[in-house]
Design a protein around this ligand. Structure first.
Ligand SMILES: [Zn+2]
Length: 263
């Protein structure tokens, strides 16, 4: 007789943590935008340890439930490996984008003649410098993405978009620091990470009017491109809000034009 395993709901903060660490993306196929669920690696639904949880899409989750067959069943040690690998990649990408878009990097990036210590500056002066310099970094990031993944394959096209999406997400996060604390109720990182994944889901859904799975591999490419576009526009909107609200002077009048012209 097998012992009955009791399902204990995953505490909200633990669920939020594993979703954030995984970029709300299945750790097996790593395709963003697919409907996901949190899987208990040891198959004990009462064990809600962070170590025991993995984000899986419904397709990959089905692969954990295959019985018999020819070894297609995903077992717990395989899932653990996939999870570790994916969390590492997500973290690496976030770190890289975080550095590139950070206020400190951006404000100090250009050989400004009147170089002033970042820490000694007025917050709004920093914002002006950030907005003026981020357009240049933006162009550079697009060049890096194009060079790193220059092939004409769907994978390369997706990678180019992912690179820019990570970058935009970090720019949004940095701009959010000019709002009062707790303005976004959750941390800006979490807020914009959730926003990105809900945008993925939306574009994925609207790309498949014949039903889930009918759009083929191109849906991943077009969804990523659409999310990229959304986030780019969002940076522009937030930029303008801050310029108007704080009545910032010294922002290049062509700021948003230059921001938008980078494809
Ligand atoms: Zn999957």
């Amino acid at each position: 007789m097998t012992q009955k395993k009791n399902r204990v709901p995953i505490p909200d903060d633990v669920a939020a943590e594993i979703l954030f660490l995984s970029n709300r993306t299945c750790c097996i196929c790593t395709i963003p935008g697919k409907p996901i669920q949190i899987h208990h690696i040891d198959e004990n639904p009462g064990n809600n340890d962070l170590d025991n949880l993995a984000v899986l899409c419904l397709d990959c989750h089905n692969d954990t439930m295959l019985n018999g067959g020819f070894g297609r069943k995903l077992n717990s040690s395989q899932i653990k490996l996939f999870k570790l690998e994916w969390l590492k990649r997500v973290q690496g990408r976030k770190k890289e984008a975080d550095y590139t878009a950070s206020i400190k990097t951006v404000v100090e990036s250009l050989p400004i003649q009147e170089y002033v210590d970042y820490k000694g500056q007025n917050k709004l002066d920093i914002l002006v410098k950030y907005l003026n310099n981020i357009v240049v970094i933006h162009k550079a990031q697009q060049v890096i993405a194009n060079t790193k993944w220059e092939a004409d394959t769907t994978l390369a096209m997706k990678q180019r978009s992912y690179h820019m999406i990570d970058f935009y997400e970090e720019v949004l996060r940095e701009l959010a620091t000019f709002y009062p604390p707790n303005h976004f109720t959750v941390s800006p990182s979490r807020y914009f990470s959730e926003l990105t994944s809900s945008r993925y889901s939306l574009h994925w859904l609207i790309s498949e009017p014949y039903g889930a799975g009918t759009g083929g591999t191109i849906v991943g490419v077009t969804s990523a491109a659409s999310v990229k576009h959304d986030l780019k526009l969002l940076v522009e909107s937030i930029g303008w809000s801050l310029i108007y609200r704080f009545q910032l002077e010294g922002v290049n009048p062509k700021w948003s034009e230059q921001w938008l012209e980078t494809e």
